[in-house]
Design a protein around this ligand. Sequence first.
Ligand SMILES: Cc1ncc(COP(=O)(O)O)c(C=O)c1O
Length: 380
Amino acid sequence: MKTFSHIAQEVPLNGIREFGLLASQIPDCIRLEIGEPDFPTPGHIVDAAFQAIRDGFTGYTPTSGLPSLRALCADRVTRVTGVPTDPGQINVTPGGTAGLVLALISLLDPGDEVLVPDPGWPNYPMAVKLANGVTVRYPLDAANGFLPDVAALAERVTPRTKVLVVNTPSNPTGAVFPAATTDALAAFASRHDLFVLADEVYDEMLFDGEHHGFFARDPDRTVVVYSLSKSYAMTGWRVGYTAAPPALADLMGRVQEPLVACVSAFVQKAAEAALTGPQDSVREMRDSYRGRRDMVVALLREHNLYRYTPRGAFFALVDAGAAGPDAREFALRLLSEAHVSTVPGVAFGDAARDQIRLSMAAPQDRLREGVRRIARLLRT
Ligand SMILES: Cc1ncc(COP(=O)(O)O)c(C=O)c1O
């Protein structure tokens, strides 16, 4: 028999999903592995989806999204970035996940290199492989606040380097780029003629300071991935969008057709309700995550595990080096002996091999107990 696709077989496994699956088999497990809001989707968004189904939004839409939704997304991009953005530059995608894949497939030829953060979200190397590219990791050093270092990036540039992937606020570190970092990275990309693939799905999940996104820096070479998943507690609805230069946006739309055709029509109507409706729930959820962040930081201090303060997203890396150099072993023990699920740092790259990632999108009592058990197991 002939073999399956080598490319597909080389797509790395996703370590977050792996630990999610293991945790789901332990009924009383404290689930700190999953990066998912624990709030329900706000009621007016749910109502809009039901209404849309009743109103007949049950068929295909144009590939890149309903014109009305693309216009709303373009308005938001214009508002938050200050860059006048046309609806034609928007692709409505099944989550930021798909936006990332569409961008990479549209940008890469076989063997093109993509600079990917280490530690970084596992889907980056998976998507690069799917798009026939080659992942080249660049370090996010804890000593540098987990911010990219331009000199380290420059060392990794070759004639094949085509795309720089950046993520702020960051999963898994919770780092948020100051303006100077965004400026320096945009200038670096321009100097080396790279496209910037900016993952800004956590742009509303900011606890301190401001979001400094990439579109405003260089809209001609930048694709930004946005999502409604985190801001509106809509992870399961699968809706996000991208903003890109017009020609690239067209190409991404062409690529989206054979992949998914379009996002569900009534989900798009719900997304319209999310973007146009009251934004209080976004603020309330963010305030709640900030409270949990503060609590986790205080608990880590108490247990002598504090290293840094995450400024956005809802994740914290915790040093598990006391249990040995490979925190995967520790995460497995934590799961089987203490019934706490986390994600070992290696799921995000080699740089975080001795860390585990906690999601702070869990109820406070679970977080408190989870951190207590982590600290206890680290001491034994
Ligand atoms: C850094 C980052 N980017 C993108 C996504 C994609 O989210 P979604 O596909 O739900 O929009 C996630 C989800 O966890 C993420 O953590």
